[in-house]
Design a protein around this ligand. Structure first.
Ligand SMILES: CC(C)(COP(=O)(O)OP(=O)(O)OC[C@H]1O[C@@H](n2cnc3c(N)ncnc32)[C@H](O)[C@@H]1OP(=O)(O)O)[C@@H](O)C(=O)NCCC(=O)NCCS
Length: 155
């Protein structure tokens, strides 16, 4: 598997993964293209070697302003879960955020999203506070979590 930056031709694969993952933030197709063009934003793609062409199996979208970064979206194809793909996307992102000077990575998650919460807990995120009634359809609080971005362990 390789983790690489998003290219505009990835857009339909990324959008298809989002549609397969209702727990992910549900954006319009163009939202990804707009985010990818914003300064400080990045979308990473997880891609497997496959025949006849590589298969995109996950993505993560980040935004970085000064010392703070936010994980805006992350999703892995249901058929490829529990194989370390999200962990690899997060590790790659955390390394590149550290290199670009970010100190803290924030995210929001539904309390009912146990898979994502397990992922974030395993990556060292800690609960900061709750935003009551933040999500719609269905209405639910948001857990705001953060991670102090660690210095990469390898050069
Ligand atoms: C959350 C999500 C991205 C995890 O992707 P993934 O590639 O399956 O996660 P990984 O295989 O990298 O898991 C890394 C660790 O996270 C935890 N974890 C992930 N999924 C888990 C699950 N279903 N149950 C328990 N722990 C889980 C485990 O600690 C796991 O390590 P382990 O497999 O060695 O035990 C995936 O379930 C997904 O796409 N969900 C829908 C979209 C979504 O919820 N996005 C987040 C919105 S806030």
């Amino acid at each position: 598997m390789q983790i690489r930056p998003f290219a505009e031709q990835d857009i339909h694969s990324v959008y298809a993964i989002q549609l397969e993952c209702p727990e992910a933030a549900q954006w319009k197709l163009d939202d990804y293209l707009e985010l990818a063009r914003e300064p400080g934003a990045s979308i990473l793609i997880a891609e497997l070697d496959a025949s006849p062409s590589p298969l995109i199996v996950g993505f993560a979208a980040f935004q970085h302003v000064l010392e703070e970064a936010e994980l805006r979206n992350i999703a892995v194809r249901p058929s490829h879960r529990r194989k370390g793909i999200a962990k690899a996307l997060l590790a790659h992102s955390i390394r590149s955020l550290w290199e670009s000077g970010a100190k803290t990575l924030y995210l929001e998650v539904r309390p009912s999203n146990h898979e994502a919460r397990a992922l974030y807990a395993s990556a060292g995120f800690q609960l900061q506070y709750t935003r009551p009634g933040y999500y719609q359809n269905p209405v639910e609080d948001a857990l705001v979590m953060s991670l102090e971005i660690p210095r990469p362990s390898r050069p």
